[in-house]
Ligand binder design. Structure first.
Ligand code: HEM
Length: 406
């Protein structure tokens, strides 16, 4: 029998089976936000502190923590740092973290990402082509494969034949059934990326992410080979499943709200706002940790050095104090300072790419299968791991169409 929201709120465990019902998870967040500024979990993910972790669930507190890197450091706790390999941008604090960003930022600029539009559209169309003439297909495949293809093929410049295997390995590494399977997949992925970086030595530059990392100089020193590989691995973790989860959620929302789907087709001008709102509402990331570096009081609560605090972006994004009607998806929501991409010094580096992939995914589906809906009698399968949540199976039906390529 399902536990009451109040019981879950006392000791939040994102991996609990009750949360396969995503709406129920948000009911629990609502209780957590009402009860106290900070909730607690004895079963923290990503930061293995023996005492568990505090969980920031209200918008204003999450925002303040993300801005205040001097008290809330991105350096992991000693227990969690044992699992880390190398100097990773997401686990550094300024000033070194800012120097990393300076190197990577130009690569992720809006103009540079926008230039990938035809490639992303083409790859999305090829995925839709695999089922468009059948009048039935699985949209989770589009959501999960498109960001992976774009990343490995265009950002990392991996050999085309390696791309499907790398996507498979990433999926197993993040979602494999056992710890053994996950570790083996990380090992396999590491080997592939290691191989791709090694292959560049002495080769002509390709002007992709690997070349940017290889050329990077921080404090007058090049990144070590291991740090180049580790940061490429971080980008795999940061960029694939997050985008895939958000996209799958949007496909599901529009399939189950045909009036909203039709509105987006009728009013394409609202697309930029709809992208932000679907990212806010879908809440693909539920927690990233900070470590308390110096004692600090926030909203009446004293945080002590060494404690772990999880910032729950998804809960913050449903806080009615910041978002009127927070539990409703309003496609043209006007003020929308959502935390889906974080805030402060670690604000998502790939948000321009994520928005582009996400928007093109929705545009191509709405253009090519405008009447799509969930397939009767077939279940959409929702999946949550310790970081992101989205749909892994999304069977849909629609009026068959033409393939875009032969
Ligand atoms: C919808 C998709 C995405 C979502 C929801 C998302 C969300 C986030 C969030 C919340 C953070 C802040 C983490 C923190 O506060 O510690 C972040 C950071 C980051 N994201 Fe994304 N992300 C997405 C897509 C991407 C993509 C496509 C890439 C690159 C390929 C990417 C690369 C990064 C990197 C490198 C950081 C760390 C930046 C730093 O530490 O300075 N993300 N992302």
């Amino acid at each position: 029998m399902r536990k009451q929201p109040e019981e879950h709120a006392q000791n939040w465990d994102l991996r609990h089976e009750d949360f396969n019902d995503n709406d129920f998870l948000y009911d629990v967040y609502s209780v957590m936000r009402d009860r106290a500024p900070f909730a607690h979990t004895d079963v923290p993910f990503l930061s293995a502190t023996p005492g568990g972790a505090w969980v920031a669930v209200r918008y204003a507190d999450c925002y303040k923590i993300l801005q205040d890197w001097e008290h809330f450091s991105s350096n992991p706790t000693p227990e969690a740092s044992e699992q880390l390999a190398g100097d990773l941008i997401i686990t550094l604090d300024p000033p070194r973290q800012q120097k990393f960003r300076k190197v990577l930022n130009p690569y992720f600029s809006p103009a540079r990402m926008k230039a990938l539009t035809p490639q992303i559209r083409g790859e999305t169309d090829r995925l839709i082509d695999t089922f468009i003439s059948d009048g039935a297909g699985d949209l989770a495949d589009v959501a999960w494969r498109q960001p992976g293809i774009v990343f490995f093929k265009y950002l990392l410049g991996m050999p085309i034949d390696d791309v499907p295997l790398c996507i498979e390995l990433t999926d197993t590494a993040l979602n494999g059934q056992t710890e053994e399977a996950r570790m083996a997949a990380w090992g396999g992925l590491y080997q592939h990326i290691h191989g791709a970086v090694s292959a560049r030595s002495g080769a002509p530059p390709q002007d992709d992410m690997i070349d940017v990392l290889l050329a990077a100089e921080i404090d007058g020193e090049k990144l070590s080979f291991a740090d180049v590989v580790s940061n490429a691995m971080l980008l795999v973790q940061a960029g694939l499943e997050t985008t895939a989860s958000a996209m799958s959620f949007a496909f599901h929302y529009l399939a189950t709200h045909p009036e909203e789907r039709d509105r987006l087709i009728r009013e394409p001008d609202i697309m930029p706002k709809a992208v932000e709102e679907l990212i806010r509402y879908g809440g693909s990331i539920h927690g990233i940790p900070r470590t308390v570096a110096k004692e600090v009081v926030l909203n009446g609560h004293t945080f002590c050095p060494g404690e772990s605090v999880l910032v729950n972006y998804a809960s913050a994004n449903r806080d009615a104090i910041e978002f009127p009607g927070a539990d409703r998806c309003v496609l043209d929501r006007q003020a929308n300072r959502h935390l889906g991409f974080g805030a402060g010094v670690h604000r998502c580096l790939g948000s321009n790419l994520a928005r582009l992939e996400f928007r093109i995914g929705i545009e191509q589906v709405l253009t090519r299968m405008p009447d799509y809906e969930l397939a009767p009698g077939k279940d959409a399968v929702f999946h949550g791991n310790s970081v992101t949540r989205g749909y892994r199976r999304l069977p849909v039906v629609f009026s068959p169409g033409e393939r875009s390529t032969e």
